[in-house]
Design a protein around this ligand. Structure first.
Ligand SMILES: [Zn+2]
Length: 253
């Protein structure tokens, strides 16, 4: 269907879907998210910035389902998420739009590694008639993250969304606006029960192995010498992890 649309019309649909998410109040405070829409069997449009508030027509790049950027300038943080979108387009020929957000109530389930149950009618109405499963955590765009999403799509071929553990949600549908409506339905379904679900005990037991990735993302990590990358005693995130007081180790209760 998307292949028949003129480029400007498809861009307009993506912008309209982004605006609908903010109008519905389902975005996190940062406004972070990314949206994509299939152009044809081999290509899709992808937002170029990490924040999609007041998204413009020119903030969309053309990317192939193999991950190559045909035109447009992706910000570094968005180059990381190409594979998160392309893996869904390759696995599901029926999918024509994908939205990723950190919608707070749904993300609470993702932080707790709990599937979002299908208890609210809007979920049925907008295409999710089964619990939303949780893909295991991996740094975004990494092979471990993408493999986890692919495995979940194979296990649950009729799901219209997956939760990304310790991260957020990934929704997909037949066009950008209906996919945005599913994001809204998921947030509405999650909100009544999100407070009791992610207890502190659940968070601490499902924390990420942060220490393993400090050097990957920790260019400003004060716990390491910037030249040798060696740990500096008594300072910064890495040294806190080293002492067993970081987010990677549950505290004794
Ligand atoms: Zn994200």
């Amino acid at each position: 269907m998307s292949g028949q649309l003129k480029a400007d019309e498809l861009r307009g649909r993506v912008v309209g879907a982004a605006n609908a998410l903010f109008t519905a109040g389902v975005m996190s405070h940062s406004g972070h998210g990314n949206l994509s829409a299939r152009i044809d069997a081999q290509r899709f449009l992808l937002t170029t910035t990490g924040v999609v508030r007041d998204l413009r027509f020119d903030q969309l790049a053309t990317v192939t389902v193999e991950g190559a950027v045909e035109d447009g300038d992706l910000a570094p943080e968005n180059a990381e998420i190409v594979a998160m979108h392309s893996v869904v387009y390759r696995a599901r020929s029926d999918v024509a739009a994908i939205i990723h957000t950190h919608s707070p109530a749904v993300t609470a389930f993702a932080l707790a590694h709990q599937p979002l149950p299908c208890r609210a009618e809007p979920l049925l109405r907008f295409g999710q008639a089964e619990p939303v499963p949780v893909a295991p955590w991996g740094p975004r765009g990494s092979q471990v993250s993408v493999r986890g999403i692919a495995a979940l799509l194979a296990e649950t071929p009729t799901t219209s969304a997956v939760l990304l553990a310790n991260h957020g949600l990934l929704c997909f549908g037949e066009d950008p606006l209906s996919t945005a409506r599913l994001v809204v339905a998921m947030e509405e379904a999650a909100r009544p029960s999100w407070r009791p679900v992610p207890s502190v005990a659940q968070w601490t037991s499902r924390a990420m192995p942060c220490g393993k990735y400090v050097s990957r993302w920790g260019g400003s990590d004060p716990g390491r010498d910037p030249r040798t990358r060696e740990l500096r005693p008594g300072r910064g995130r890495a040294s806190r992890v080293g002492r067993g007081r970081g987010c990677c180790r549950p505290r004794r209760r």
